[in-house]
Design a protein around this ligand. Structure first.
Ligand code: ADP
Length: 940
C-alpha cells in the first residue's frame, strides 16, 4: 500500500495560507492607511457637523433675539397706530355725546391730539349730506366762517369745481390742522375707494381704512392713509347693522402720514432698541390687489435675499387692512451671532481627530512590529507550506509514475504471450501471468497459486524444471535463454526459451525463483526446416551420382535428427515392390542384424514400413515398432534395440520413386511437423533424382550423336574423296568417247553423251561441296586473329569472273579482326557474296558488307551483315535455307547444290557465332552473322 495514497491536499494548511494575507490588513499596508484616512474623514465630518449644529443653534438664538427686538418695534408701531384709532374712537364718542359739534369744538378736541400723535397728518369730519341738504349744508358752513365753502371736486389739473348734483355728498367739513383747510368741501363720494371704506366703516366698530395714497411732502413722496370711523348720534339707534347703515351721521377720519408715523414710533424707542435695524412697512392688502410699500428706512438693502438670518416680518391688522412690518439687521446691529463657540467646537473636533489619529498611528506602530513578526512567521510558514505542497506534489507525481509503471507492468503481464511466473523456495507458483494461465487451462492466474509444475507437465519435464530451480536457488546463478522442449500431459510439445533466476527481496533474502519462457516452437521448426533443407540441398548440389548422394543424405539427416539407423529403398515400379539400396548407422550405435536383414529384403507394396509408404504415398510414423502390426523386421529390430521409426516417400513427377526410413532406439511420439517437412524434402530429393536421370540420358544421347556425327563426316569425306576418282574417270572417258566417236554417233548419241558429261560435272560439284561441308568439322585449322578485310578481298578474287559478268557493285565498310580460320571465313564470305550475285534478279547486283559491334553475345563480338537488293526470300524459308540440300529454286532457274548456306552455318557456329537472315521478296536479303573478336583494331 502506498503511504501517500491517502494524502489529500491537507485542509490544515489552508488557515496558514490565509494568514499570509493578514499583513496587508494590519501592517502599514494600504489597509492601515485606509483606516487612518477613514478616522480623519469621520473626525472631520463629525467636527464639521458639530460646528454646523452649534453655529445653527447660535444663529437660531441670535435670530430669536433679533425677532424679539424687531417685535418690540413692530409692537410699538402697532401701539402708535392703535393710538390714532383711539383718537378716532374718541371723536366718535365725542359726537355721540355732543349731538352737534361745531368747528371750534372740533378744533379744540383734536388740537391736543396733534402734539401727542406724531403720525397724524390731519383729522377730518365728513358728514353725510343728502342732496336735499346740500344748500343748507353749504349755507351753514359759510355762516360758520367759511365764506367760500362749497361741496366741490378736484379737477384733474388741480383746480376745484363745484360738485355736480348727486344723490348725496360726503364732503370734508372740518379739517385739522389749518394747513389742511384747502381740502374742505371736497366730496369724498367721488372716490370709490373712500366710499367703500366708509361703507365698511359703518359696520366695523373700529373704523376702516381706505387704500393708502401717495402725497408729496415737499420733495419727499410719502404715503398717507385715511381711516374712517362711522359716527352715530345718540338720537338715532345704531345697534344693528341695518340701523348703523341707515343712521350714520358721518365719518371721522384720520389721515396718517406713514413716514411720520414710523419715524415717531422709532423716535420713541430707546436708542439701543432701534439701533442696527432696517425696516419696511408694507400694506399687504394693497390697492387693487397690489401690495404697497408704505415706508422704508434708508438703511434698507433691497439686494439682500430673503431667507437669511437677521430678517423677520410681523403682520398686524389696521382698520380692516393688513400691514407688514419687515425688519432686517444692518451692519450696525449688535451683537452678532456668537461664532466663537462654533469655531471652538470645530477646533476641538479637529484636535480630537488629530489625537485619535495619532493614537491610532502609534498603536499601529506597535501593531506593525507585531505584524512584521507575524509576517515573518507567516512567510516562514508559507515557505514551509509551499515546500510541503511541493513535496506532496512530488509524491503525487511519484505515485502517478508508480501507478503508470504498475499499469505498464500489468499490461505486460496480462498481454505478453510469453509465460512469466514467480515460484517460492519449493517451486510452488506464487504468481503466473495470463498467457501462462491460459496454457495451463486455468480460469485465472490466481488458480495456479500454490501449485507446482507436476500438476501441469509430464513428470520428467516437471522433475527437470524442479531440479533446475533448486540448482538456481543453491548457486544463485541465473539460467538464461536455455532452449528446451516442454512436454505436456496430452503429449504435445513446445519448444521454449527459458530464463530463470533467483527472486530476492530488497534485503537480498532469497524468496524463490522467477522466470520467463518464450514459445519458440515456430522458430525451432523453421530452423529445423531450413537446416534440413540446407543439408539435403548441399548434399544434392555436391553429388553427381545417385550412388554418392543416397548414403550422404541418410547420414546427414540421421545425424541431424539424432536417430540411429537409416535406409534408402528403391522402388521398382514395374514390379510394385521396393528394395533397400543404401543404409546408414549412427557411429557407435550400429544395428548389424537389422541392417543386414534390411539389405536382403524386398518388400511388396503395402508390406512393412517402406511398402506402406509406397502404397500410401505419404509419410508413416511408428512410435514403437515392437508391437506394431505389419512390420516384418520387428524381431531383428527388437534384437538391435530399435523402437520408433518413420518413413517418407521420395516423389518425382511420376510418383513415388523411393522411400527413406529412420529408426530410433527410443520410443518417439509422432512429430507431424517433421513428417510434413520430410515430405517436402522427399520431393526435393525426387526432383534431384529426376534431374540426375535426365542429365545422364542427355549425356548419353550427346555422346551417341557425336559418335554418329563423326562417323558421318568420316563417311562423307571418305565417300566424296573416294567417289571423285571414279567420277573423274567416268567424266573423262565419256568426254573422250564423245570426241573420238563424234562422227559415228548420231545426234541422239551425241546428246546422251552430253547428258552423261553434264551429270558427271554436277556430281563432281556436289561431291566438292559435300567435301567442303565435311571438311568444316574434320579438317579444321586452329583459330587465330584474322583480318576480315583481307578475307573479303580473297573471296572477291575467287568470285572475280562472276562479279565481272554480272557487273556487280560491291561496297565494304571497315571490317574488324576476328578470331577464326581464314580459309573457312573466306569460304563464308565467298558463299554469301556469291549467293547475292546469283540471286540478283533483273538488275546488276548491289552488295554491301558491313560489321558493327554486336549488341548481345560475348563482349567484343562483331555483327556482320551482307546485304543485297536481289530477289529476296519468303519468311517461311528463313530457317530452311540453312539446312543442307535445301533449295528454293529449280536447277534450271538458278544452278546450285543447296549446300552453300549449310556450310556457312557450320562455319559460323564453329566460330562461336550465330547466322540468320532478314529478307523481303523482291527487295533483297540481309544475311547476319556474329563472330568473336580477334585482337583490337579494324582492318580495311
Ligand atoms: P545454292 O545456292 O547452291 O542453291 P545455298 O545453300 O547457297 O544453295 O542456298 C540455298 C537457297 O537459299 C538457294 O537455293 C536460294 O533459293 C536461297 N538463297 C540463298 N542466298 C540467297 C540470296 N542472296 N537471295 C535469294 N535467295 C537466296
Amino acid at each position: 500500500m502506498d503511504p501517500f495514497h491517502k494524502m489529500a491536499p491537507a485542509p490544515l494548511l489552508e488557515p496558514a495560507l490565509s494568514l499570509s494575507k493578514e499583513p496587508e490588513r494590519l501592517g502599514r499596508g494600504p489597509g492601515a492607511r485606509r483606516l487612518l484616512v477613514i478616522i480623519a474623514i469621520v473626525g472631520a465630518l463629525v467636527s464639521i457637523a458639530c460646528f454646523l449644529f452649534v453655529r445653527h443653534a447660535e444663529e437660531r438664538r441670535w435670530q430669536a433675539e433679533f425677532e424679539r427686538r424687531a417685535g418690540v418695534l413692530a409692537t410699538a408701531l402697532q401701539r402708535d397706530v392703535e393710538d390714532q384709532l383711539h383718537l378716532l374712537r374718541s371723536i366718535g364718542a365725542f359726537y355721540f355725546s355732543s349731538q352737534e359739534v361745531d368747528r371750534q369744538e372740533f378744533n379744540g378736541f383734536t388740537r391736543e391730539a396733534f402734539g401727542r400723535l406724531a403720525g397724524v397728518s390731519s383729522l377730518e369730519w365728513i358728514p353725510r349730506v343728502p342732496a336735499a341738504w346740500r344748500d343748507h349744508h353749504e349755507k351753514a358752513a359759510r355762516r360758520s366762517g367759511l365764506p367760500t365753502y362749497q361741496i366741490q371736486d378736484r379737477e384733474p389739473r388741480g383746480g376745484w369745481v363745484r360738485a355736480p348734483q348727486r344723490s348725496g355728498y360726503l364732503p370734508i367739513y372740518y379739517a385739522e390742522p389749518a394747513s389742511e383747510a384747502g381740502e374742505l368741501g371736497r366730496d369724498l363720494a367721488t372716490s370709490a375707494a373712500d366710499q367703500t371704506a366708509m361703507s365698511l366703516a359703518k359696520v366695523m366698530p373700529y373704523g376702516y381704512a381706505s387704500p393708502p395714497f401717495p402725497r408729496l411732502n415737499g420733495t419727499n413722496l410719502a404715503y398717507r392713509c385715511r381711516i374712517f370711523m362711522a359716527v352715530f348720534t345718540n338720537l338715532s339707534p345704531h345697534a344693528t347693522v341695518e340701523e348703523r347703515l341707515r343712521n350714520c351721521a358721518g365719518y371721522a377720519a384720520v389721515v396718517l402720514d406713514l413716514s411720520r408715523l414710523v419715524a415717531g414710533t422709532i423716535g420713541q424707542m430707546k436708542p439701543d432698541e432701534a439701533r442696527g435695524f432696517a425696516w419696511q412697512l408694507l400694506d399687504a392688502t394693497g390697492r387693487e390687489g397690489v401690495p404697497l410699500r408704505l415706508h422704508q428706512s434708508s438703511t434698507w438693502d433691497p439686494a439682500r435675499r430673503s431667507g437669511e438670518i437677521g430678517q423677520t416680518s410681523v403682520s398686524f391688522g389696521v382698520a380692516g387692512r393688513t400691514w407688514v412690518w419687515n425688519s432686517r439687521a444692518t451692519a450696525a446691529y449688535s451683537p452678532k451671532p456668537n461664532q466663537v463657540r462654533s469655531w471652538g467646537v470645530l477646533a476641538c473636533g479637529g484636535l480630537i481627530t488629530a489625537l485619535l489619529a495619532a493614537a491610532l498611528a502609534s498603536a499601529q506602530g506597535r501593531a506593525t512590529q507585531v505584524e512584521r513578526l507575524v509576517v515573518e512567521r507567516t512567510s516562514a510558514l508559507d515557505r514551509s507550506n509551499q515546500e510541503l505542497r511541493a513535496e506532496i506534489r512530488r509524491r503525487e507525481e511519484v505515485e502517478q509514475a508508480l501507478n503508470h509503471e504498475r499499469e505498464l507492468v500489468n499490461a505486460l503481464f496480462d498481454n505478453i504471450p510469453d509465460h512469466i511466473y514467480f515460484k517460492d523456495l519449493k517451486s510452488r507458483f506464487l504468481r503466473i501471468n495470463a498467457s501462462m494461465a491460459r496454457r495451463f487451462k486455468l480460469d485465472s492466474p490466481e488458480a495456479a497459486v500454490g501449485r507446482t509444475d507436476f500438476e501441469f507437465f509430464t513428470p520428467e519435464h516437471a522433475q527437470g524444471a524442479f531440479a533446475d530451480e533448486q540448482e538456481i536457488l543453491r548457486t544463485g546463478d541465473a539460467l538464461i535463454g536455455r532452449e528446451e522442449l516442454e512436454t505436456w500431459p496430452d503429449g504435445s510439445t513446445t519448444w521454449v526459451s527459458t530464463t530463470k533466476q533467483c527472486l530476492r527481496d530488497k534485503a537480498g533474502n532469497t524468496l524463490g525463483t522467477f522466470g520467463i519462457s518464450r514459445d519458440i516452437t515456430l522458430r525451432k521448426h523453421a530452423e529445423r526446416r531450413l537446416s534440413i533443407q540446407y543439408l539435403v540441398a548441399r548434399v544434392l548440389a555436391e553429388s553427381v551420382k545417385f550412388t554418392e548422394a543416397a548414403p550422404q543424405i541418410l547420414q546427414e539427416l540421421g545425424l541431424y535428427l539424432g536417430w540411429s539407423v537409416g535406409g534408402w529403398w528403391h522402388v521398382d515400379r514395374a514390379a510394385g515392390e521396393c528394395r533397400c539400396v543404401a543404409t546408414w548407422e549412427a557411429p557407435g550405435r550400429s544395428a548389424p542384424a537389422f541392417v543386414e536383414a534390411t539389405r536382403s529384403l524386398t518388400l511388396a507394396r503395402g508390406i512393412g514400413l517402406p511398402g506402406r509408404v509406397l502404397a500410401q504415398g505419404e509419410p508413416v510414423w511408428i512410435p514403437d515398432v515392437g508391437p506394431a502390426p505389419n512390420f516384418p523386421r520387428a524381431a531383428v529390430a527388437a534384437r538391435d534395440g530399435l523402437r520408433a521409426a518413420f518413413g517418407f516417400p521420395i516423389r518425382s513427377g511420376n510418383g513415388v520413386v523411393g522411400v527413406i526410413e529412420f529408426f530410433s532406439r527410443e520410443m518417439e511420439p509422432p512429430d507431424e511437423e517433421l513428417l510434413r517437412l520430410l515430405s517436402a524434402v522427399g520431393s526435393q530429393i525426387g526432383q534431384f533424382l529426376e534431374r540426375l536421370r535426365m542429365e545422364e540420358e542427355l549425356a548419353e544421347k550427346a555422346r551417341e550423336l557425336e559418335r554418329s556425327n563423326r562417323e558421318l563426316e568420316q563417311f562423307a569425306y571418305v565417300a566424296s574423296h573416294d567417289l571423285q576418282e571414279p567420277l573423274r574417270m567416268i567424266s573423262s572417258y565419256t568426254q573422250l568417247l564423245g570426241r573420238r566417236y563424234r562422227d559415228r554417233l548420231d545426234e541422239d548419241g551425241q546428246e546422251f553423251i552430253q547428258f552423261a558429261v553434264d551429270g558427271a560435272g554436277r556430281m563432281q560439284a556436289l561431291i566438292n561441296d559435300l567435301l567442303a561441308y565435311s571438311r568444316v568439322g574434320s579438317r579444321a585449322r586452329t583459330f587465330g586473329p584474322v583480318g576480315c578485310a583481307e578475307i573479303v578481298r580473297r573471296a572477291l578474287k575467287n568470285l572475280e569472273v562472276a562479279v565481272q559478268e554480272s557487273h556487280a557493285r560491291i561496297t565494304c565498310g571497315p571490317l574488324p579482326v576476328v578470331q577464326g580460320d581464314p580459309t573457312q571465313l573466306t569460304q563464308l564470305f565467298q558463299n554469301l557474296i556469291g549467293n547475292a550475285i546469283k540471286f540478283r534478279g533483273d538488275r546488276p547486283p548491289v552488295i554491301q558488307v558491313q560489321a558493327v559491334p554486336a549488341e548481345e553475345g560475348p563482349a567484343g563480338a562483331w555483327h556482320f551483315t551482307v546485304r543485297d537488293e536481289g530477289i529476296g526470300i519468303e519468311p517461311q524459308y528463313f530457317e530452311r535455307i540453312f539446312v543442307i540440300f535445301q533449295r528454293l529454286h529449280a536447277r534450271e532457274e538458278y544452278p546450285g547444290t543447296g549446300i552453300g548456306l549449310a556450310v556457312c552455318k557450320k562455319i559460323v557456329e564453329r566460330h562461336g557465332g550465330r547466322i540468320w537472315v532478314e529478307s523481303e521478296v523482291g527487295r533483297g536479303s540481309t544475311f547476319h552473322f556474329t563472330l568473336l573478336p580477334g585482337e583490337a583494331g579494324v582492318s580495311n
